[in-house]
Design a protein around this ligand. Structure first.
Ligand SMILES: Nc1ncnc2c1ncn2[C@@H]1O[C@H](COP(=O)(O)OP(=O)(O)O)[C@@H](O)[C@H]1O
Ligand SMILES: [Mg+2]
Length: 279
């Protein structure tokens, strides 16, 4: 199906079109990126999963949001908003870039600095929203830089914790831990702030409870198998080197069939776990 409307931009995963009446259409493609590089291989059903899971969560998390309706299997119409220039990250565990910052002494948490340790309570860890690289920002910085008023920040922070809490409960019921989550919010013209963008395995880390233990890299239900493969085949090291040297990035490899199948299987499994429905 050819998406209607005027083409606006291609993100790493979504293609965005503008419709009339202040609406956007998101086409969730089967593209997959890792380490901020779009790979040359498509992952079947990924777009459908991201679209349908996002829609399900917008409908069932009880949080005011931008969704208007679905079109077909992999397109969503949303209200066009003025986006808030902050990525609202909530973390339940010491992992990812927070672990790196703690190790470097750039951030402090009230637990031993052991990978994947559960934090005593969810931790709000916002970053700037940038085309180049998202950087951590303090709450004072958010207000000082005019990204949000203090009142908006309080509202957005509360909403972020609420979404994290509700989604964690759902995940727990299906045998998963919600390690962390990234949300975006926007201004709806009037006074209200709505949850925007999308919610899915590209925005959160989901770990099977069964295999969880601290002090190690966790098995993650998302594109983790692809990241692991890119590391083990040496592409990740070449990429890091090129980036450090300011050189063009090396062309990413075509993914083998088994890896594509496994990744697709994981995306579908996440959908089924969080919705309790089969795709
Ligand atoms: N309701 C909305 N109105 C306007 N912009 C939005 C809305 N929801 C999300 N966006 C923006 O759309 C863009 C999605 O593009 P991007 O994140 O690059 O795509 P991808 O996730 O495919 O990489 C983001 O900049 C996001 O902030
Ligand atoms: Mg995005």
């Amino acid at each position: 199906m050819i998406p209607p409307g005027r083409f606006v931009r291609s993100g790493k995963v979504k293609d965005i079109y503008e419709l009339d009446e202040g609406q956007l259409l998101f086409h969730f493609t089967d593209r997959v990126s890792a380490y901020d590089v779009v790979l040359p291989t498509m992952v079947p059903r990924k777009g459908e999963v991201l679209c349908k899971l996002g829609a399900y969560l917008f409908e069932n998390l009880g949080m005011p949001n931008h969704m208007v309706r679905l079109e077909g299997d992999d397109m969503m119409v949303v209200k066009k908003m003025e986006m808030i220039l902050v990525e609202c990250v909530v973390r339940g565990y010491l992992y990812g870039s927070l672990m790196e910052r703690v190790a470097k002494g750039e951030a402090k948490v009230p637990v031993q600095p052991i990978l994947a340790t559960k934090l005593p309570e969810p931790y709000f860890d916002p970053t700037t929203k940038s085309e180049v690289k998202d950087e951590p920002i303090t709450e004072a910085g958010i207000v000082d830089q005019g990204r949000m008023t203090a009142g908006e920040l309080a509202e957005v922070k509360r909403a972020s914790f609420e979404v994290y809490g509700r989604l964690s409960e759902r995940a727990a019921g299906a045998g998963f831990l919600l390690a962390d989550l990234k949300l975006e919010f926007g201004r709806d013209g009037g006074a209200s702030i709505l949850l925007g963008d999308s919610i899915g395995p590209d925005e959160f880390r989901l770990w099977p409870t069964e295999s969880y233990s601290t002090g190690k890299t966790q098995e993650s239900y998302d594109k983790q198998p692809i990241r692991d493969w890119l590391s083990s085949t040496g592409y990740k090291a070449k990429l890091d080197q090129a980036r450090k040297a300011g050189m063009p990035i090396p062309p990413p490899p075509v993914l083998p069939d088994w890896l594509v199948d496994e990744t697709s299987r994981r995306y579908v499994a996440v959908y089924e776990a969080l919705t309790g429905k089969s795709l």
